[in-house]
Design a protein around this ligand. Structure first.
Ligand code: DGP
Length: 116
């Protein structure tokens, strides 16, 4: 898929409307259109990276940054103390439906384990 067709590239570019809760030069965080919990935010890199499998040493700093943004979003959303889950679905078999890397930040209710 080209970056022009990627919906999350278009969210990051402001071409598709989303409720953005945080952004900086490398990352954007916005509310999931189909929330699975009272807080459900997606953290994405601005750079088009299809999935976690595209990790590389050159991307270590970026991937670490995405995790820090996820923790920061959780803090701002008030779910750090109660607990939250950060999920990366990798591949269609694991439930990935948008092939632009995204971290789900989910919380605000009791979360069971194991996930489905
Ligand atoms: P995944 O299944 O892990 O690939 O998660 C993709 C998530 O993206 C899913 O929870 C719904 C969300 N989503 C899909 N399209 C849009 C959109 O256009 N806007 C927003 N805010 N979320 C979207």
């Amino acid at each position: 898929m080209s970056e022009q067709e990627c919906i999350f590239c278009r969210v990051a570019a402001g071409e598709i409307k989303a409720e953005i809760v945080y952004e900086d030069e490398r990352a954007v965080a916005f509310r999931d259109i189909n929330p699975q919990a009272p807080v459900h935010v997606l953290v994405i890199p601005r750079e088009h990276i299809a999935s976690l499998s595209d990790a590389s040493p050159e991307r270590d700093a970026l991937f670490g940054h995405l995790l820090r943004v996820a923790a920061q979003v959780a803090a701002v959303e008030g779910i750090s103390e109660s607990g939250f889950r950060t999920v990366v679905n990798n591949g269609a078999g694991a439930g990935q439906s948008v092939f632009h890397l995204h971290l789900h930040v989910i919380g605000g209710r009791r979360l069971s384990w194991p996930p489905g």
